[in-house]
Design a protein around this ligand. Structure first.
Ligand code: FAD
Length: 464
């Protein structure tokens, strides 16, 4: 006979990134007492952490823009930031063919080389006439946007972001992440010269006045401090004994486990995972990054927020003018902070030892920096997370459909950017809300709305 379920389940949370902190925040809000967050590093915030270097410049791990789909998260952000934030209008651009065009590319092609404009319009018209079926992201791009937009922007740009060939990716993540173009919009842009720059969910956004994005998660830390174990990496999980073992040899009993570390690493550390579950992790793919910051001792000459780079001659796919987000990101007023993102994977290796120099050369060749600015560089910063993007690969959903139901049968919930391995719900607001909704589901039986079951046999498994 199994013991009756406790009314106050013991909850162990692996990871103090936005997902784990969201869960912890909600647990304290509901007055639940029996829980702990085990965090491997000496800080909170995970990939949403910020760092200030000795020169006094503050960096995020890649440009983090705060926008939200959820009232609960908005209220939390307001509570944590008070009035200490800036509110910005998105000014996103694409640099290609030696010029800037407004983002999103596919709605704003009018100023490109006439041959490029012709290829894009002609390709779109042909694609819409043919209406070809598609089974991966490459075919989706060809079918929906046509060969011209695919060749000039979508395929090279997405390879730079994902470090993964488009034919190895699925298309279910697209939703609000990719602006789909229609013939009328493109003709309006080309013939009537109308720009369309307001597309997307993040066209206005808030940013903390001081401390970067990580400021927000430092703020959440105060609500979970009494239940937080830093520098306590989880070494293994025993789902039969319902026990987590940490690298320091301690054990932590649980009734319900929330995992936010990468799903493949959780399975590697879980005792007795069935062979098909252990094998399914081969279907999970990811890319890593080199995030390089460059601080320059001169005023930025633009109000741009960030710029996308589809062409292969520079390593980065995106550069953020972080100093335009808040005047406190630099050591002194009147300085510029560029934050650049370069992806890497075995499909696209990027040498760490040369990346900072290649980034500076790229900033000069794309005219973001003048040649003379090289002498004004006062600081550089490099951070190279091994895992930064959970790739929506064609094999992902089958893998998740095998792994997630088994974990749930063991009272293990795996949520968050790499815990759920779902890029489409991999932003900070999605992640924090997955943590909040985990708690509401476990303690109050409420259905999750953010996390989406994917893959065979998963339907209906989202509710405890
Ligand atoms: C380059 C880049 C740009 C981004 N831009 C944006 C943006 O503009 N807007 C936005 O909303 N989001 C953005 N994001 C996403 C954002 O960073 C994530 O949504 C968020 O950090 C995910 O939170 P998480 O808690 O799920 O995971 P993570 O942040 O990865 O946190 C997981 C935590 O688990 C810990 N951990 C791992 N293994 C163990 C272990 N064995 N034991 C204990 N702890 C462990 C880690 O140390 C970490 O603290 C971006 C991400 C990247 C990489």
């Amino acid at each position: 006979m199994t013991a009756p379920r406790r009314t106050e389940p013991r909850i162990v949370i692996i990871g103090a990134g936005p997902t784990g902190l969201g869960a912890g925040y909600r647990l304290q809000q509901l007055g639940h007492e029996d829980w702990v967050i085990l965090e491997a590093t000496d800080r909170v915030g995970g990939l949403a952490t910020s760092f200030t270097d000795e020169a006094g410049f503050t960096y995020d791990i890649g440009g983090h823009v705060m926008f939200s789909h959820y009232d609960y998260y908005d209220d939390l952000v307001d509570k944590l930031m008070g009035g200490d934030y800036t509110e910005l209008q998105r000014e996103a651009w694409v640099w290609m063919e030696d010029r800037f065009i407004p983002y999103p590319f596919q709605n704003n092609i009018r100023d490109l080389d006439p041959q490029t404009v012709f290829d894009c319009v002609n390709g779109l018209i042909k694609a819409q006439r043919e209406d070809k079926p598609f089974s991966n992201f490459k075919e989706w791009v060809d079918s929906v946007m046509g060969a011209g937009i695919a060749e000039h922007f979508m395929i090279p740009y997405n390879f730079k972001v994902w470090a993964t060939p488009a034919e190895l990716m699925n298309f279910v993540w697209i939703g609000e992440r990719v602006s789909v173009v229609d013939t009328e919009s493109i003709l309006r842009n080309v013939i009537l010269r109308e720009d369309q720059v307001s597309w997307g969910p993040n066209n206005t956004f808030k940013y903390p006045l001081r401390g970067g994005t990580g400021y927000l998660y430092e703020g959440m830390r105060t609500f979970v401090e009494d239940h937080l174990e830093l520098e306590t990496p989880v070494a293994s999980v025993d789902p039969v004994a319902k026990q987590v073992r940490t690298a320091d040899g301690r054990t932590w009993d649980y009734d319900v486990l929330l995992n936010t570390m990468p799903l493949n690493k959780l399975i590697e550390r879980t005792d007795g995972a069935p062979a098909e579950v252990a094998g399914a992790v081969d279907g999970l793919h990811w890319s890593g990054s080199h995030i390089v910051g460059v601080g320059v001792d001169r005023q930025a000459d633009t109000s741009k927020n960030w710029i996308y780079f589809p062409e292969p001659d520079v390593p980065f796919y995106r550069v953020t003018y972080l100093s335009n987000y808040s005047p406190y990101m630099t050591a002194k007023p009147g300085q510029t902070l560029f934050l650049t993102e370069t992806s890497q994977s075995h499909h696209k290796p990027e040498d760490a030892s040369t990346i900072v120099q290649r980034v500076i050369d790229g900033l000069v060749s794309t005219k973001l920096m003048e040649e003379a600015d090289r002498d004004l560089v006062v600081t550089t910063w490099l951070c190279s997370p091994e895992m930064s993007y959970p790739v929506p690969s064609v094999t992902r959903d089958t893998a998740l459909g095998t792994i997630q139901p088994w974990l749930r049968s063991q009272d293990i919930w795996s949520r968050g950017r790499f815990g759920a391995w779902l890029y489409e719900i991999g932003n900070m607001d999605h992640s924090a809300m997955q943590g909040v909704e985990f708690v509401d589901a476990v303690l109050e039986g409420k259905p999750e709305t953010v996390w989406i079951p994917r893959g065979e046999g998963e339907a209906g498994a989202g509710i405890r």
